[in-house]
Ligand binder design. Structure first.
Ligand code: NAD
Length: 250
C-alpha cells in the first residue's frame, strides 16, 4: 500500500532502522537508507531493498541539509538514528552530551523542518520518531539520552499539532529493550563481569524492567511503523507508542 511513496529512514544500516526500512520496502515504499557501516554491506542492503544510501552524519547540520536535498521530497520520514552514553551526571563528558543532543534531538528538528514543506504541499505525510521507554521514564546515568528522548516526545507532539490539518501525522515509537546485535553482544561480557549465567543476564539484568521477559524484535517495531503509515492511522497523531513489554505500565 506504499507504492509510489518515498521514505527516508535515518540510522537504517543496522538494528531497528534497518527493520523499519525492510518493513516499509515490503509494502512498496522506495527507501533512502542512512547510517554508517561497511561499504560492501551497505551496497548489499541497497541491492536487497532497491534502496539508495546516504552516509550523512546527522550531528552536522550541513550534512543533514545535503541529505534532505539529495533525498528530495519524502512522504515518510523516520527519525531513528540515536546513540547512548552511560555515566554519572557529574562525570558526563560534555562532548558526549552535545553529540547525543545533536543526534537524538536536534537532527530530528532539522530533518523535520526540511521535510514538512513537501508533505504540506502534497497534503500527506508521516513522521515517525524512534524514541524510547526513556522518553517516558528514566534510568540513572543516562541523563543526556533521557533528556533528548523526553525532548523528542515534546517535539513530536508540537509538530503533530502544527500539521494536524495538513494530512501529516507525527508520532513516537518507544521501544524497551530490542534484540539487536548491540544488545546480544553485551551478554558474554556481562556474564563474565557479574559471574552470571546467560539466562540470569537476560532475565535479571537486561530484562529486569521488561515484564514480558521478552526482547522486542526489530521486526515488531517495523510492523508498528507500517501501521502508522496506513490511511486508517490518519487520526493517530501526537502519540507516543510504547512497545516495551509492559515496562512503562509499571
Ligand atoms: P544501532 O546502534 O543498531 O543503530 C544506530 C544507527 O544509527 C546505525 O545505522 C548507525 O550507523 C546510525 N548512526 C549513528 N550515529 C549516526 C550519525 N551521527 N549520523 C547518522 N547515522 C548515525 O541502534 P538501534 O538499537 O537500532 O537503535 C536505533 C534507535 O532506537 C535509536 O534512536 C535508539 O535510541 C532507539 N532505541 C533502541 C533500543 C534498543 O534496545 N536497541 C531501545 C529503545 C530505543
Amino acid at each position: 500500500f506504499l507504492e509510489g511513496k518515498r521514505a527516508l529512514v535515518t540510522g537504517s544500516t543496522s538494528g531497528i532502522g534497518l527493520a523499519i526500512a525492510r518493513a516499509l520496502t515490503a509494502e512498496g515504499a522506495k527507501v533512502v537508507l542512512n547510517g554508517f557501516g561497511d561499504a560492501d554491506e551497505i551496497a548489499g542492503l541497497c541491492e536487497e531493498l532497491g534502496a539508495t544510501h546516504s552516509g550523512a552524519d546527522l550531528t552536522d547540520v550541513t550534512q543533514v541539509e545535503a541529505l534532505m536535498a539529495e533525498a528530495g521530497p519524502v512522504d515518510i520520514l523516520v527519525n531513528n538514528a540515536g546513540m547512548q552514553h552511560v555515566a554519572p551526571v557529574e562525570e558526563f563528558p560534555v562532548d558526549r552530551w552535545d553529540l547525543i543532543m545533536a543526534l537524538n534531538l536536534t537532527a530530528v528538528f532539522h530533518t523535520s523542518r526540511l521535510a514538512v514543506p513537501g508533505m504540506k504541499a502534497k497534503g500527506w505525510g508521516r513522521i515517525i520518531n524512534t524514541a524510547s521507554a526513556h522518553s517516558k521514564t528514566a534510568s540513572p546515568f543516562k541523563s543526556a539520552y533521557n533528556a533528548a528522548k523526553h525532548g523528542l516526545d515534546g517535539f513530536t507532539k508540537t509538530i503533530a499539532l502544527e500539521l494536524a490539518t495538513h494530512g501529516v501525522t507525527a508520532n513516537c515509537i518507544s521501544p524497551g529493550y530490542v534484540w539487536t546485535p548491540l544488545v546480544e553482544g553485551q551478554i558474554p561480557d556481562t556474564m563474565k563481569a557479574r559471574g552470571l549465567s546467560r539466562d540470569e543476564v537476560i532475565n535479571d539484568v537486561l530484562l529486569a524492567k521488561q515484564p514480558t521477559k521478552k526482547f522486542v524484535q526489530p521486526s515488531e517495531v517495523g510492523a508498528l511503523a507500517v501501521f502508522l503509515c496506513r490511511e486508517e492511522a490518519g487520526n493517530v497523531t501526537g502519540a507516543n507508542w510504547s512497545i516495551d513489554g509492559g515496562w512503562t505500565a509499571g
